[in-house]
Design a protein around this ligand. Structure first.
Ligand SMILES: [Zn+2]
Length: 194
């Protein structure tokens, strides 16, 4: 193996390692009966914030994992000592599910350096699946950022399925689902089949 592919391999391993940390946060969300999405923000090769979805707990649909962590980073004087235009320009996000359009836009406004995600967000994905808020949409001010999916994708899908096959006790009227069977087959993304 040559030097370049050696480096690429160790980089891939690092991405997977950070994504495993994000998966732990998704597990924590699942244990708390939240839609299991977790994330970590990495700066200078260390985690500066980790978070998970808290929308049910706080009864607030904006409390996605990414925004929870961003709020904490911005309110921490060590992590954000001065107010700058793009406080996340040296920070990388690892999140188990593709950021939704709301979070993808917030990340762009904060100048995030780069994003890695697990599985696509078919309904609300803001990093290419529904809308390319990260780099396809023109913006007069905020710089685009790169978003790459597929890291721990199977695990990210399976934990979502584990959540959706159990009763959502927070729903006003819990729906009885006839076919609560945990599916284990995972189909590749369409754009992977080329
Ligand atoms: Zn979101």
């Amino acid at each position: 193996m040559d030097h370049t592919s050696d480096q690429a391999e160790s980089l891939e391993k690092a991405h997977l390692r950070w994504m495993q940390e994000a998966m732990l946060m998704a597990e924590e969300a699942l244990a708390a009966s939240e839609v299991p999405v977790g994330c970590v923000f990495v700066r200078d090769n260390r985690i500066i914030a980790k978070s998970r979805n808290r929308t049910n707990e706080l009864r607030n649909a904006t409390r996605h994992a990414e925004l929870e962590a961003i709020d904490r980073i911005l309110s921490d004087k060590d992590l954000t000592p001065i107010i700058v235009d793009y406080p996340l320009s040296d920070t990388i996000l690892y999140v188990t599910v593709e950021p939704c359009m709301m979070c993808a836009s917030a990340l762009r406004q904060m100048g995030i350096q780069e994003v890695f995600f697990g599985c696509e967000n078919d309904k609300f994905g803001g990093c290419g699946t529904v809308l390319g808020v990260n780099d396809k949409l023109e913006h007069p001010k905020h710089p685009s950022y790169k978003a790459t999916g597929g890291y721990c994708r199977d695990e990210a899908i399976m934990i979502l399925r584990r959540f959706y096959v159990t009763e959502n006790t927070n729903a006003p009227v819990p729906k009885a689902k006839a076919n609560r069977i945990l599916k284990t087959e995972i189909l590749p993304k369409l754009r992977d089949i080329v």
